[in-house]
Design a protein around this ligand. Structure first.
Ligand code: ADP
Ligand code: MG
Length: 273
């Protein structure tokens, strides 16, 4: 593994060795409009980081750039110390859960997962077992032969997560995967995701606008401003694992963080707010 010798560690927290992924002054534009402005951030090996920001601040745009689905307009990306400004795709296996889940409607659930594994270079001999395993893990095994249209929103989200994990990714990028779910399903899904993360320890960037979700899931929460997004502050989440939704410490931390985050978001709205 290469040595990182630069003096500063982006986005708070002590250094824990080489970052898995490092963003330095990353700027994203749509045409001439800046939607993400100079983000510094480090994702360490095995770490779960939540990117918390208001709707429209540029979270999805940033995730696209990290994956290599859109170009960086300024700044640099590094992967384990190596220059990777064109994104992670093609360098490592990226498990990407899109905000709109993007299942192909003319393919069955199982075929959707096959397509992702084929693109990721997973040997065909392993497809069957992986489809069974990951659909089973996400408790949607019985829908393998179903059309995505026939599933509920929550089931489709589970399938899209199974698809992302079935490539056995080196890094996971998740874009508000649970935001459309009811409270009970959302809780069950978050619990499952933390279990999976504890087992596999894959570095994960998880985009959300929910403070409670960020605190429940993440080792660290990076709070973004209103668009164009920049980093306002980073919080280390002090809650022990495994975490429980009912934990009074989570509720207390949420109350403190809500006050803090709302103040930051109000301030970044400028004098008009
Ligand atoms: N393909 C696009 N072309 C032009 N503008 C876009 C495009 N995608 C998103 N935007 C704009 O960029 C800003 C950030 O969008 P987005 O990254 O989706 O934010 P978030 O995910 O935080 O809600 C928004 O103002 C949105 O309207
Ligand atoms: Mg988004």
């Amino acid at each position: 593994m290469s040595e990182t010798t630069r003096g500063t560690v982006p986005a708070g927290g002590p250094a824990g060795g080489d970052p898995y992924l490092e963003l330095r002054g990353v700027t994203v534009k749509h045409a001439d409009r800046t939607v993400v402005s100079g983000i510094d951030l480090a994702l360490r090996p095995g770490e779960f980081v939540a990117l918390l920001g208001p709707s429209g601040c540029g979270k999805s745009s940033l995730l696209h750039v990290l994956a290599g689905l859109a170009p960086v307009a300024g700044g640099a990306l590094r992967h384990r110390g190596d220059e990777a400004t064109d994104g992670l795709r093609g360098r490592v296996r990226v498990g990407y859960v899109f905000q709109d889940h993007r299942l192909l409607p003319w393919r069955t659930v199982g075929q959707n997962i096959e397509i992702a594994m084929k693109a990721a270079g997973v040997p065909a001999a392993e497809w069957d077992e992986r489809i069974e395993r990951f659909l089973g893990m996400l408790r949607v095994g019985e829908y393998r032969g179903s059309w995505p249209m026939r599933l509920s929103g929550g089931q489709r989200q589970r399938v899209s997560i199974a698809r992302a994990l079935a490539v056995e990714p080196d890094v996971v990028l998740m874009d508000e995967p649970f935001s459309g779910l009811d409270e009970v399903t959302g809780r069950a899904m978050r619990q499952e995701l933390t279990r999976l993360h504890e087992v596999a320890s894959v570095p994960t960037l998880f985009v959300t606008h929910s403070i409670r979700e960020a605190l429940f899931l993440a080792d660290r929460v990076v709070i973004l401003s209103h668009g164009p997004a920049r980093v306002l502050k980073t919080l280390d989440v002090p809650l022990a694992r495994p975490r429980r939704h009912e934990d009074p410490a989570l509720a207390r931390l949420e109350a403190e963080t809500v006050a803090d985050v709302l103040r930051e978001w109000d301030l970044t709205e400028g004098p008009a707010s």
